[in-house]
Design a protein around this ligand. Structure first.
Ligand SMILES: [Zn+2]
Ligand SMILES: [Zn+2]
Length: 233
């Protein structure tokens, strides 16, 4: 699905969404879905008339399995550069185990996301460790916004010229717009910090917001963020 010209959501990955950003000379992938999503990612690339070799960089919003599950496989088949925040990079490289949410046995049983997200991840090299305020070479410049709380190294990508935000899981549009809550909220490493990071995103100006979970907002998105931020405790 093309959200705005050149920005495609890769859906039906099982859990969550990845995004393909199309430029004349290359493609950028934002997140990679759960394991075994590679065929869907490559099908999305081919559906816009491009080749997997056009994929030059993969920006990872955070180290959860539903975002990096197919990273190793895509990297192996494309040589794309991998960009991850420095605090989530050790999990991507396999130097640290993936975070496991603290929750009761019953919640584990009831939450199908848990089983998928807590599974082991194939280690992958990281080519560039990101920090808040870094600029990524994407469509004239995308700014890295560090939004910790969901994970320590969660990032959003902000393209001011296009008035576009990729929120990762720092904001979701599932169970309503806001910081991750409900079945997604149990993955937050720090709830207060997650709310603070949502407020940080609400201070930016953008029309379109793309989420790891939930349908994109295609107009007046930052207004919706601000309204929600006002109601956060
Ligand atoms: Zn997540
Ligand atoms: Zn997610």
């Amino acid at each position: 699905m093309e959200i705005v010209p050149g920005v495609h959501a890769i859906e039906r990955l099982g859990v969550g969404r990845a995004y393909l950003y199309q430029e004349a000379d290359r493609l950028t992938l934002i997140d990679t879905g759960v394991a075994r999503s590679t065929d869907r990612i490559f099908a999305a690339i081919e559906s816009i008339g491009r080749k997997p070799d056009d994929l030059r960089q993969i920006v990872i919003t955070h180290d959860h399995h539903d975002h990096i599950g197919s990273l190793a496989d895509v990297v192996e088949r494309t040589d794309a550069q991998v960009l991850v925040h420095a605090l989530d990079a050790p999990v991507v490289r396999g130097e640290q185990p993936p975070p496991t949410p603290s929750t009761t046995g019953l919640m584990r049983l009831l939450n199908p996301l848990l089983a998928r997200i807590a599974r082991p991840i194939a280690p992958t090299r990281v080519d560039r460790e990101l920090a808040d305020g870094d600029e990524i070479d994407l469509d004239g410049g995308a700014r890295v916004v560090h939004v910790p709380g969901h994970t320590a190294g969660s990032i959003a990508l902000y393209l001011p010229k296009r008035r576009l935000l990729f929120a990762g899981d720092a904001a979701v549009n599932a169970f309503g717009l806001g910081p991750p809550s409900g079945p997604l909220g149990i993955f937050n490493e720090d709830q207060a910090q997650a709310r603070q990071s949502f407020r940080k995103l609400a201070e930016l100006d953008f029309d379109v917001a793309c989420f790891g979970h939930g349908a994109p907002l295609d107009r007046e998105a930052s207004l919706a963020f601000r309204r929600r931020a006002e109601r956060l405790s």
